[in-house]
Design a protein around this ligand. Structure first.
Ligand SMILES: *Cc1c(COP(=O)(O)O)cnc(C)c1O
Length: 359
């Protein structure tokens, strides 16, 4: 399978730019030197700026997929004395529940539906919590939560706020300082539009104070923080992806900063949504991120048949859902190196698939 021939609208990995692809084709350099430390520092600085992290925040770079970022945060920042309220509105929220259970962190599985939690103060169970955990964009269903409301709730109730921002960073707004976020989990293969394999944990000074002595060698934040002071990691980092991250952060800056990137993702999402009006599809949720659109067929067709039809007939990759939602929804990502012309390929394929003329 030559993936270059495909049009990519999956929510991770996403379409990467030529500039980033070129770096991936080069020899990986040695990294235990000042030159690479500088790369690490640049990546850290760029990420902290991007999320408006408070003074004194640090970034931990793990060579792993995003789930390792989620798990390491729970392991290093929460203890048996905590009580976490875990927002569970889909597969990724369920994963945080499993992580808390695995590590014996007291928690409530806060199952939510049809709400972006703008009124979390009314909806949350009335228990004494110490922490609030959410996947800002629940990628399994394309649903985004109200981080402003949640941040206010966290502040009022003195909760340590953990946000998985993996699939909304770069496409949707997040502000670590204004939203009282203690720790953010990021990952390379979503909005950052890099290959998978690098996950980043952004720690506020409050989070750094919380870091435990964990019984774990690889995911020991103290070790990463110590090495981070000289721009290094305890073990071999995803060197090439870090080089790509450095370039990507510079690219975002060059193109007008993260505000501009968010605006562009919004334009692309709105363009797509406005242009599918004549197709027998409806939006799955009213709380859509710029990052993605989740669609439900209204003509009885199986969502899976649409996914397969677009891939087989047009080399267009959208994303199916597994399990019970297999026939009910499919997902279209707006993350990565998108243009309206590129989205037109998808739109034309969809109209052709339905035997309809695009107006
Ligand atoms: C993709 C994603 C992850 C990470 O999944 P991995 O497969 O471990 O990279 C975590 N949270 C959210 C919200 C995601 O979209």
């Amino acid at each position: 399978m030559i993936y270059e021939d495909y049009y990519i609208f999956t929510p991770g990995p996403v379409k990467m730019s030529e500039e980033i692809l070129e770096i991936g084709a080069k020899q990986t350099p040695y990294f235990r030197n000042d030159k690479f430390s500088e790369v690490t520092f640049n990546c850290e600085k760029g990420l902290l700026e991007m999320v408006n992290a408070p003074e004194g925040s640090k970034v931990i770079f793990l060579t792993a997929s995003g789930t390792a970022g989620m798990e390491s945060v729970v392991m290093n920042l929460l203890t048996k004395d905590d009580n976490a309220l875990v927002v569970h509105g889909g597969g990724f929220g369920g994963r945080f529940v499993d992580i808390c259970a695995t590590h014996n962190i007291p928690h409530t599985d806060f199952q939510v539906k049809n709400t972006n939690l703008y009124n979390i103060d009314k909806l949350a169970p009335k228990e004494n919590y110490t922490s609030l955990i959410v996947n800002a964009h629940e990628t399994s269903v394309g649903h985004i939560y109200d981080l402003d409301a949640m941040g206010n709730y966290a502040k009022e109730n003195n909760l340590f706020f953990i946000v998985d921002a993996i699939s909304m960073l770069v496409t949707d707004p997040i502000d670590m300082s204004a939203q009282n976020i203690g720790a953010i989990v990021a990952s390379s293969q979503k909005g950052l539009a890099l290959p998978p394999g690098l996950t980043m944990v952004i720690l506020s000074p409050e989070a750094i104070k919380r870091v435990q002595d964990v019984k774990n060698l690889y995911f020991n934040f103290k070790d990463y923080l110590r090495n981070g002071e000289r721009g290094q990691t305890p073990y071999t980092p995803a060197v090439t992806i870090m080089l790509q991250l450095e370039a990507r952060l510079a690219q975002i800056k060059r193109r007008g900063g993260v505000v501009q990137s968010i605006q562009k993702a919004k334009d692309i999402a709105e363009y797509f949504r406005a242009n599918i009006k004549d197709l027998p599809l409806k939006f799955y949720t009213p709380y859509m991120p710029n990052a993605m659109t989740t669609l439900t067929p209204t003509d009885g067709k199986s969502a899976m048949d649409i996914v397969n039809g677009l891939e087989d007939g047009y080399k267009v990759m959208v994303c199916p859902n597994g399990g019970a939602k297999r026939d009910i929804i499919f997902r279209v990502s707006h993350m990565g190196d998108m243009t309206k012309a590129y989205v037109d390929v998808l739109l034309d394929a969809m109209y052709d698939f339905y035997g309809k003329k695009r107006k």
